[in-house]
Design a protein around this ligand. Structure first.
Ligand SMILES: C[S@@+](CC[C@H](N)C(=O)[O-])C[C@H]1O[C@@H](n2cnc3c(N)ncnc32)[C@H](O)[C@@H]1O
Length: 311
C-alpha cells in the first residue's frame, strides 16, 4: 500500500469498530478526514463504491484499487473485491465503466437491506444514518410512525423491528416504494401493520392535517432540492414550513427526527430553521442525532448530514 498509505491508516482507525459491530456496509475513506480530500470509499461486503470529487483521484485507479484490495484481503480473504466508480466532478457526473452492476443484500444490526451498485450514487441505504436507525429501533416500541421521504424504507424497517405499532411510509417514487416492500419482505415484516403511500409529502401532510392524524414518531429527511406537485421545493427555504406541518401532527410525547444532507448551510443555520418550525407548536430541539464513527469529520469541519431529534 506504498502509494496510498492513507488507505491503510483509514482502515486502522476503523478496524475495531468494523469488527466489533460486524459492519457489512461502512465508510472506509471519508475525504479530508482521512487525508484524501475529494475521495470517499464505501465498502458494501467487499464491493467498493468509490466516489471521486477531485480529478487527481482518477490518475491511478489501478493503484487505488490495489490498496483497497489489501484491506479486503484481511477482512474477507476468500472474496475478490469489486470496484464501482462514480465521478462527481464539476460539470461532469458519471458512473465510470467498472464491474457489472450488482444487486445484493447487506446486514445492519440484524436488518437486511437490498443494495444496488453500479447504477448511480443511490445504493438503497444511506450509511451515515446508521446511528439514527439504531436510536429509532430503541424508541419505536408501541409507537405510530410516519416516515416522510421514506426512500427504500430503511427507517421503516428499523421502526418495525423495534416494535412500532404502525408505520406510514411516504415517497413520490414508486420504484423506491417497491424497493421498500422488498426490504420489508427480506426482514419478514410484510405482515406487520404498515402502509405505503405514493404521493408528494407536502400533499400527504395537508391531508393528514385535515384528518387530524397523530403520530408518535416522524422521520423527516427530504432531499436538498426536490420537485413536488406544487412545483420545485428547496429544503433550505421550505424546511421551517415542512417541520411546522409535521409538528402539528405530533402526539404530546412524540419525537421528530429532522435531517438535511447538504454542505450549503451549517448546523447552526439548520438549528434556526428548525426553531422557526417548532416554535408555533411549543416544541424544541432535544438533541443532535449521532454520526457513525466511520464518518467522523476532520477537526473543525461539519458533517454534511445534519440531524436533530425534536419534540
Ligand atoms: C434523502 S432521500 C430519503 C432517505 C431516507 N430517509 C433513508 O434514510 O433511506 C429523499 C427521498 O425523497 C423522495 N422525494 C423527493 N421529493 C419528494 C416529494 N416531494 N414527496 C415525497 N417524496 C419525495 C425521493 O424519491 C427520495 O426517495
Amino acid at each position: 500500500m506504498a502509494d496510498f498509505p492513507q488507505i491503510r491508516a483509514a482502515w486502522q482507525r476503523r478496524r475495531a469498530v468494523v469488527r466489533e459491530q460486524r459492519l457489512d456496509a461502512w465508510r472506509l475513506v471519508h475525504g479530508a478526514a482521512d487525508g484524501m480530500e475529494g475521495l470517499s470509499v464505501d465498502d458494501y461486503r467487499g464491493r467498493y463504491l468509490i466516489t471521486v470529487e477531485a480529478e487527481a483521484w482518477l490518475e491511478d485507479r489501478t493503484g487505488l484499487e490495489a490498496a483497497l484490495a489489501e484491506v479486503q484481503e484481511e477482512l474477507r480473504p476468500a472474496f475478490a473485491p469489486q470496484f464501482f466508480w462514480i465521478a462527481n466532478l464539476p460539470g461532469h457526473r458519471a458512473v465510470l465503466p467498472a464491474a457489472e452492476p450488482e444487486r445484493f443484500e447487506v446486514v445492519e444490526d440484524g436488518a437486511r437491506f437490498e443494495v444496488h451498485l453500479g447504477e448511480g450514487p443511490h445504493t438503497g441505504i444511506f450509511l451515515d444514518q446508521r446511528e439514527n436507525r439504531r436510536e429509532l429501533r430503541k424508541i419505536a416500541k408501541g409507537r405510530r410512525c410516519l416516515n416522510l421521504f421514506c426512500h427504500t424504507g430503511a427507517f421503516t424497517v428499523a421502526a418495525l423491528q423495534g416494535g412500532a405499532a404502525e408505520t406510514v411510509s411516504v415517497d413520490l417514487s414508486k420504484n423506491y416504494l417497491a424497493w421498500l416492500e422488498r426490504n420489508l419482505e427480506l426482514n419478514e415484516l410484510e405482515d406487520k401493520p404498515h402502509r405505503v403511500v405514493a404521493t408528494d409529502a407536502f400533499v400527504y401532510l395537508k391531508k393528514a392535517r385535515r384528518r387530524r392524524e397523530a403520530f408518535d414518531l416522524i422521520l423527516l429527511d427530504p432531499p436538498t432540492f426536490g420537485r413536488g406537485k406544487d412545483g420545485a421545493f428547496s429544503a433550505v427555504r421550505d424546511y421551517g414550513r415542512l417541520l411546522s406541518d409535521c409538528a402539528e401532527l405530533l402526539s404530546p410525547q412524540g419525537r421528530i427526527l429532522t435531517c438535511l444532507n447538504t454542505r450549503k448551510i451549517r448546523a447552526n443555520e439548520f438549528r434556526s430553521l428548525l426553531k422557526d418550525g417548532l416554535k408555533p407548536w411549543g416544541r424544541k430541539i432535544l438533541k443532535p442525532g449521532a454520526a457513525p464513527p466511520d464518518f467522523a469529520e476532520a477537526p473543525g469541519a461539519e458533517p454534511p448530514l445534519k440531524a436533530f431529534w425534536c419534540g
